[in-house]
Design a protein around this ligand. Structure first.
Ligand code: NDP
Length: 450
């Protein structure tokens, strides 16, 4: 038996030497391997088959040039990617991210995590992720359209309703999905469910925009329920002000919690009176229509403060939902949150907490919901969008709301069972890793050495 499978550090040495410089990818693999390797000691069949090693090697890494012309007639060149990590349990599935920080390491981490997350949903979806180092901020509508069309002109040959079904992520919302779907259809002449997050007029699903944020709030609610507690009356820190953050905030409001903060990449706002439904509608319009900055909130609503260049974790609150981006809760932030009495953290963003921060949360035995479980509602709804597309039908908002709620209750139950410790505290991190791993591993074992 390889020593790589039995010892975390030896395993990680192999991962690091095969993927030099890809620090985010190393971080994501380490987070999962730290739980899986001890668990594997009781399951030598997975170790002998090197299943974890195989999962940490993407099936395929596709990288391509994206050339487009800006409004001034300048030729611009970006790099596009699609990482097809694992399709053992279904077609590759995962979002597309347009952000200047995008690189191979970040997309490999996201595709790896996605494999476990998609498995947790119980739906037949493998793991993938894609994107480009393109910054949609400050670009005109036509520039965004030309970029999306050029991106799809290469991507279309690698995807398909039974092959790989991308969705949105940071910088890719309904507008970008529309441009990409239009280009896919133009090139292939196929109207299929090749992308999710589509507009309702052309095959999109009710509840998809709300699903990730609502789902992360539902998971939080389920964790609190195990302690006989609820969201009602709690103060909540939320970071980000995009799709996930705003719908997480909406559900917290529905449940009687008070949202104190929102942020973007330039800073955060703190509203001690709470960001209620009306203020939230204003934020959604600011971000989705005017494409403005969160700093404008403090100019609009008296009593609100704007903190430039900072994240919200120093504000005292009961609950936290990081919903912006990876590595936004640093070790010191986690310590501050704990000393301020935080009870629970539900990760709406992917890998928002650094490993050292997670260790502090787990040592303090608070309720900590890792992203792959807490934010799985989005991809779960995408899976249902795929089903609706292939059956050429659509479920109502009410039906899908119930399905989302049930999906999150089911994911919580599986993670809770797999992560329950002898002292009655649940390690949701370990629970989600083990529950997500097992289904993919069993499918891979069935296929033999491939
Ligand atoms: P959006 O593009 O809608 O919003 C992203 C938000 O995060 C914006 O407020 C953005 O601010 C902020 N942000 C982006 N990069 C940084 C940064 N480097 N530092 C600080 N803030 C930053 O994206 P989503 O809401 O869709 O995604 C947010 C997170 O949730 C991501 O981690 C994504 O992978 C994850 N996720 C999303 C899903 C979905 O369904 N959309 C599904 C599962 C996970 P600014 O406008 O200044 O860039």
């Amino acid at each position: 038996m390889s020593k790589r499978s039995t010892d975390l550090e030896t395993f990680m040495e192999g991962v690091i030497s095969h993927n030099p410089g890809e620090v985010e990818f190393h971080q994501a693999v380490r987070e999962i391997a730290a739980d899986i390797i001890p668990w594997l000691q009781d399951y030598p069949e997975y170790m002998e088959a090197q299943v974890l090693e195989r999962m940490a090697e993407p099936d395929r890494v596709i990288s391509f040039r994206v050339c487009w012309e800006d409004d001034n007639g300048n030729i611009r060149v970006n790099r596009g990617y699609r990482i097809q990590n694992n399709n053992a349990i279904g077609p590759y599935k995962g979002g597309i991210r347009f952000h200047p920080s995008v690189n191979q390491s970040i997309l490999k981490f996201l595709a790896f995590e996605q494999t476990f997350k998609n498995s947790l949903t119980g739906l037949p979806m493998g793991g993938g992720k894609g994107g480009a180092n393109f910054n949609p901020k400050g670009k005109s509508e036509n520039e965004v359209m030309r970029f999306c069309q050029s991106f799809m002109t290469e991507l279309y040959r690698h995807i398909g309703a039974d092959v790989d079904v991308p969705a949105g992520d940071i910088g890719v919302g309904a507008r970008e999905i529309g441009y990409m779907f239009g280009q896919y259809k133009r090139i292939t002449n196929h109207f299929t469910g090749v992308l999710t997050g589509k507009g309702l007029e052309y095959g999109g699903s009710e509840m998809r925009p709300e699903a990730t944020g609502y789902g992360a709030a539902y998971f939080l609610e389920e964790m609190l329920k195990t302690k006989g507690d609820s969201i009602e009356g709690k103060n909540v820190l939320i970071s980000g002000s995009g799709n996930v953050a705003t719908f997480a905030a909406e559900k917290i409001n529905h449940r009687g919690g008070k949202v104190l903060t929102l942020s973007d990449s330039a800073g955060f706002i703190f509203d001690k009176d709470g960001i209620n439904e009306e203020k939230l509608q204003w934020v959604m319009e600011l971000k989705n229509v005017r494409r403005g900055r969160i700093s404008e909130y403090a100019e609009k609503f008296s009593g609100a403060e704007y903190h430039a260049g900072k994240r919200p974790w120093g504000i005292t609150a009961d609950l936290a939902m990081p919903c912006a981006t990876q590595n936004e809760i640093l070790e010191d932030d986690a310590k501050t949150m704990l000393s301020n009495g935080i009870m629970a953290v539900s990760e709406g963003a992917n890998m928002p907490t650094v490993i050292e921060g997670i260790h502090h949360f787990l040592s303090a035995k608070i309720l900590f919901a890792p992203a792959k479980a807490a934010n799985a509602g989005g991809v779960g709804m995408s899976g249902l969008e795929m089903s609706q597309n292939s059956e050429r039908r659509s479920w109502s908002n009410e039906e899908l709301s119930k399905m989302l709620r049930d999906l999150m209750i089911g994911i919580h139950k599986n993670c809770n069972e797999a992560g329950m410790q002898k002292d009655g505290w649940c390690n949701y991190m370990a629970g989600s890793n083990i529950a997500g791993f097992k289904k993919v591993a069993d499918a891979m074992m069935a296929f033999g050495v491939v």
